[in-house]
Design a protein around this ligand. Structure first.
Ligand SMILES: NCc1ccc(-c2ccco2)nc1
Length: 330
């Protein structure tokens, strides 16, 4: 089997939302597919009314295939400080033509203000490794883990794009979605993440800097978070760029277009190039003169995060069979 669906960017590509069908008859919710976590949770009929503002709600009582897991609960908090918690059902979940008949659907009873104010986001679909799942008393499998045995190939791919819809596919690699070769690298799944090591970076037309950068491929994080030495080297090349403590990040003049940023993949010289315009993440004020940087520091996290700013420059294969990541330009 195979499947897939469109991934539509929200403002500034802060996140990408994908239609997911849940229950019988189908209830379609737009979920944030997140390779950095492993819970599938949704806004629901059980979500505190004061914490819902425009989201589509999954109502298990309207699904003939919903089965409550009595006594099961979940609670999750994310790196950005947001959180949610609730109870658990099993139901049929589909992404395009790919259906999992008994998927754990975690219904939110509480969500933090960040989710409440994100009116188009109806929940998250985690595609990290199973060890990150928060369901108690027994952890539940991700959609990918449940689907994998039936997939033509044990993979899913992320083809996110700047400002326009891209796609998540399951079970196959679309040869028309990328250019050149796919370079595969090893993954350390010991922390539950798609954790890999880049050999270094280059700024603009500059020489390649060999420096080990260990980090996670995370579709659920907006920015590219890198070691402070790399971030300082990048913004040091840009007149007027500075760390703004009020914005809690590096800001830069939106014009002229900043230099490209490339990160290495594998030991044969392959690299993914971020066009400089991807680093103009969003204007900080109404004038549009100053932009918030799409590359920021990873201090305090313990690893780099290759979030959407990086991923949207690549075609990425998440290989659950070999536990590798494949990177290609496009
Ligand atoms: N890295 C997982 C993740 C995804 C989305 C969010 C989110 C959306 C709205 C508010 O917070 N938070 C964390």
């Amino acid at each position: 089997s195979t499947g897939g669906a469109v991934a539509t960017p929200e403002d500034h590509d802060v996140e990408y939302l994908t239609p997911v069908s849940i229950g019988t008859p189908e209830q379609i919710l737009n979920l944030d597919i997140d390779t950095g976590s492993s819970d599938l949770w949704v806004f629901s009929s059980e979500t505190s009314r004061s914490e819902v503002k425009g989201q589509t709600l999954y109502d298990p009582s309207n699904s003939s295939t919903a089965q409550k897991l009595e006594g099961y609960t979940w609670s999750i908090s994310y790196g950005d400080g947001s959180s949610s918690a609730g109870e658990v059902y099993l139901d049929t979940v589909s992404i395009g033509a790919l259906t999992v008949s008994s998927q754990a659907v975690e219904v939110a009873q509480k969500v933090s203000s960040e989710f409440t104010s994100d009116s188009n986001n109806d929940g998250l679909l985690g595609l990290g490794f199973g060890s990150l799942n928060t369901v108690q008393p027994n952890a539940q499998k991700t959609f990918f883990d449940n689907a994998m045995p039936a997939l033509d190939s044990p993979v899913f791919t992320a083809d996110l794009k700047a400002g326009i819809p891209g796609r998540y596919n399951f079970g196959y690699i679309d040869p028309n979605a990328y250019t050149g070769n796919i370079t595969y690298v090893s993954v350390d799944d010991s922390q539950g993440f798609w954790d890999w090591t880049s050999p270094g970076y280059a700024i603009g037309s500059g020489s390649f800097e060999n420096t080990t950068i260990k980090g996670i491929a995370d579709t659920g994080t907006s920015l590219l978070l890198l070691p402070s030495s790399v971030v300082s080297a990048y913004y040091g090349k840009i007149s007027g760029a500075k760390y703004d403590s009020t914005q809690a990040g590096y800001v830069l003049p939106c014009s002229p277009t900043p230099p490209d940023f490339a990160f290495g993949v594998g030991d044969d010289g392959a690299a993914i190039v971020l066009p400089g315009k991807y680093i103009n993440y969003a204007p900080t004020g109404s004038s549009g003169t100053t932009c918030f940087g799409g590359i920021q520091g990873d201090s305090g996290i313990g690893f780099a995060i290759f979030g959407d700013v990086a991923l949207k420059a690549a075609f990425v294969v998440f290989d659950g069979g070999s536990k590798t990541l494949g990177w290609a330009s496009k």
